[in-house]
Design a protein around this ligand. Structure first.
Ligand code: ZN
Length: 216
């Protein structure tokens, strides 16, 4: 069966053959047989564990099932030292560049810092901000810098994000369920409704974006 829906970021193992999803894998937890991304999430940076986690990423990143590094990123709402977060992110960016896999990013109140790192490093690999739910101005700023937006359940309620989806071309988006109870179908249908298009058109466009960025 041809996959019909692509879920860029999820914490649930998916067994439906109609869906291709990128399962978020934490280092040193059991690797599933599904497609996955692997990375050190800023929430779980543990100074004594970083070397081990990075080694585990190195060990698994070349797997054909590993489609991306991440989620990793920056978060100003947590207690983990921000300099350390930057350092751990930069190490993962280097892995992304070395193994030629895109990066799935978590970013909270740190977009300026994220963009500064991107401008300085000029990575060749695609960067995807997952769970994007901010306004149109920031969305445009990220796109100008070559970042792709992955959007999920916030689409159902967040007016700013709905405006983002209405105003920006579908070629800039990926869709995801993250850790919500919604299905990826729910997200596709909402996205289609916001675009005023039918589901088949949106599937064609989003599925093209996914396959353009990730190598299955
Ligand atoms: Zn997540």
């Amino acid at each position: 069966m041809e996959p019909q829906f692509y879920d860029t970021h999820t914490h649930t193992v998916q067994e439906d053959p109609a869906i291709i999803s990128i399962y978020n894998q934490y280092p040193n937890s059991k690797i599933n047989s599904t497609y996955f991304s692997i990375g050190i999430h800023p929430w779980y940076i543990n100074q004594g564990q970083i070397e081990n986690d990075l080694q585990c990423i190195h060990k698994n990143i070349s797997s054909k099932k590993c489609l991306a590094i991440g989620e990793c990123g920056l978060d100003k709402k947590i207690d983990i030292n921000f300099e350390l977060q930057v350092e751990v992110l930069q190490q993962q960016i280097e892995i992304s560049e070395k193994y030629e896999k895109p990066v799935l990013l978590h970013c909270v109140k740190s977009y300026n810092e994220l963009l500064a790192i991107k401008k300085q490093r000029k990575p060749k690999q695609k960067w995807i901000v997952h769970g994007y739910h901010k306004n149109i101005h920031l969305a445009r700023e990220l796109l100008r810098n070559g970042i792709v937006l992955s959007v999920g359940a916030s689409l159902l309620k967040n007016k700013n994000l709905q405006e983002v989806v209405r105003s920006i071309d579908t070629e800039n988006f990926l869709l995801e369920t993250d850790n919500t109870a919604y299905s990826i179908q729910d997200i596709y249908y909402k996205f289609a409704a916001l675009k005023g298009k039918n589901i088949t058109e949106i599937q064609t466009e989003i599925n093209y974006n996914f396959n353009n960025i990730f190598t299955l």
